[in-house]
Design a protein around this ligand. Structure first.
Ligand SMILES: *Cc1c(COP(=O)(O)O)cnc(C)c1O
Length: 369
């Protein structure tokens, strides 16, 4: 018997990946960074592979090594590397690593010699996001360093890649501009003798809306978890995560009762309050105070007053709610992660990722669980 749980339907992840795979002739990488957007790194990765993903993508070297420790053998790309990491551990584990500077190429050469095998690298180009990657003026030096390291047998240039800034706004002028810059970068790489097997730039949004951006590999994250990167469209995806809790206590209170810290919410009339044992320590955004929707029995109610660290209160009116009843925050039979995102001024990505907290038991269900 649980009092709060995050349920993750692994079949939904598998089926979403299969659906995405059917939309492209490119290979599919599923982004499993940040504990698979809160869905559980290892189980979600297995579900992604079962759905046809041949690659997994993570931010950190630590995440990549954790996948290998769990026995996952799919190709893994790690793309967020500060200088000075033990990159040889990644090379030894057969992890593909991203590089955007000649300095990192030099580190990869050293790592390859320590590991006794070539480092597989994906060269990251900044085509307009202005986050990771080399800007165009740095491309010649990056390509030259990579070509030299490859000629020396220490590095294998497997990929050239980039990332969109606004793919979730179909038609945004930056998308074509970034694609043109990426194509120019690929051409330039060719002039340095680089012929990467994997050219990739598409995230979920571009995978769903821009087949001309698929190249050899698409990198999907949010869509694999069944949520849409584009407002108002579902693309037949099935949300994998459901967050639920049991009411710990109910009480009748009179009209005008202030509720929770700060007494910021006042009851409009005599009503029933229900206490829900989830708070910001579990991933409920404090910004959901007096805003987040929950489904309890036949009614959808909103959080009354401030979200606390461990709990929040819901004003359920005269609905027959009792201690032990199940309340759904989002997912199966409740509001959606998108509803929560809208109520709290964020994106569905942040809602599910927050709920990957360790205090709430995360239960994996489905045929492949
Ligand atoms: C997270 C991430 C993705 C996946 O993005 P979604 O919008 O969730 O599909 C792709 N590429 C990179 C570099 C990422 O960091």
């Amino acid at each position: 018997m649980w009092q709060a749980e995050v349920r993750v339907d692994l079949d939904a992840i598998r089926d979403n990946v299969a659906l995405l795979r059917a939309r492209t002739s490119a290979e599919v990488l599923v982004a499993v960074k940040a504990d698979a957007y809160g869905h559980g790194l290892v189980p979600a990765s297995r579900a992604a592979v079962a759905g046809g993903a041949t690659w997994l993508g993570v931010a950190t070297l630590g995440e990549a090594l954790e996948l290998r420790r769990a026995g996952i053998e799919a190709r893994v790309l790690a793309w967020l590397l500060a200088p000075g990491l033990p990159l040889h551990e990644g090379v030894e584990a057969g992890i593909d690593l991203s590089a955007a500077t000649p300095d990192l190429i030099a580190e990869l050469v050293t790592a390859a010699r320590t590991a006794g095998r070539p480092a597989r690298v994906h060269l990251k180009l900044d085509t307009g996001l202005a986050r990771g990657g080399a800007v165009p003026s740095e491309w010649p030096a990056l390509f030259e360093a990579a070509a030299k390291a490859q000629a020396g047998g220490d590095v294998e240039v497997v990929g050239v890649w980039s990332h969109f800034a606004c793919a979730d706004e179909p038609g945004h002028e930056s998308i074509d501009r970034q694609l043109a810059a990426f194509t120019a970068g690929l051409e330039l790489a060719g002039r340095y003798g680089l012929a990467p097997r994997y050219r990739h730039i598409a995230n979920s949004a571009a995978t769903l809306t821009r087949p001309d951006a698929h190249f050899d590999l698409v990198r999907v994250g949010i869509a694999a978890y069944g949520l849409s990167p584009i407002a108002g469209q579902t693309y037949g995806l099935r949300p994998a995560m459901t967050a639920r809790a049991r009411v710990t206590l109910t009480k009748r209170v009179p009209q005008g009762q202030g509720v929770s810290y700060g007494l910021t919410y006042h009851t409009a009339r005599e009503t029933t309050l229900a206490v829900i044992p989830l708070g910001y320590g579990d991933g409920v955004p404090r910004h959901a105070s007096s805003a987040g929707p929950v489904r309890v029995g036949e009614v959808t109610a909103r959080i009354a007053g401030r979200v606390c660290m461990d709990q929040f209160v819901v004003d359920v009116g005269d609905a027959p709610v009792a201690a032990g009843d199940v309340v759904t925050l989002f997912g199966d039979g409740g509001p959606s992660a998108d509803d929560w995102a809208e109520a709290t001024g964020t994106i569905n990505y942040e809602i599910v990722t927050r709920f990957g907290s360790s205090r709430v038991p995360r239960v994996h269900v489905g045929e492949i669980a």
